[in-house]
Design a protein around this ligand. Sequence first.
Ligand code: ZN
Length: 256
Amino acid sequence: MEDIAIALDISEVRTGSFDGFEGMLLTDQARSVGAILANTRRGLRRARFTIAHELGHFLLEHHVLSYETGFRCRAQDLRETRESRRHQKQETQANQFAIGLLAPVKAVDKYLSQDPDLRDAQQLRDALDVSLEACLRRLVERRPEPLAAIWSKDARVRYWHKSNDFPFIQLKQGDRLPQTTQAFRVHADSKSGFTAFLESPPMAWTSRDDIEIFEQTRLSPSGHAVTLLWADNEARDDVDEEADPYHHELSEPRFR
Ligand SMILES: [Zn+2]
């Protein structure tokens, strides 16, 4: 990653343990100079992603500097996927650039199994040397099923990422995982490793009771866990339609 950055006119990449930011790009609006700092406190895989993210700010020349001498990016910026405000949009674009460089679609798709599985993200991590979190975000984006990934520590939600067709998730940062879920029991039992996919009460995660949700969790010995949710949005509707396959086209519009 450093070699790529240098080849693209970055003068210096410095890694180390820094306070208050994950990555920094020292530059000016015209990009006449560019130097990257990347924090290694969260590991070398994370630092590689950070370098790629800062390189994104450098190459995306329309990005407006976030402070007078360049870009200073925090941990939450490196997770940004929203596009509503300029700052968020720039961070989202830098993240898309970074993940495209580190985990190209062609390489990712080779590791996807028939059905969603957290193990695929772990294999991807080992093959591409990108963090498990970034690999899992990639998996959620690339797979056709409605999926969500929920990161938790000590049975409390840290953050989540979902595909557009996954229903709205009710849980906020700091909320306790619902006790009716397998994810909660995994934390309670502190047994590290992967679980199987189990059916989960949909109302524990969403406001919908008319769908089916399946959950799989991976717990690490440090108490960090990630849960993959797989929604079957059609589950209950199919039953209705099978009972009366032709009728609804002729009847009143159906409201849900
Ligand atoms: Zn940034």
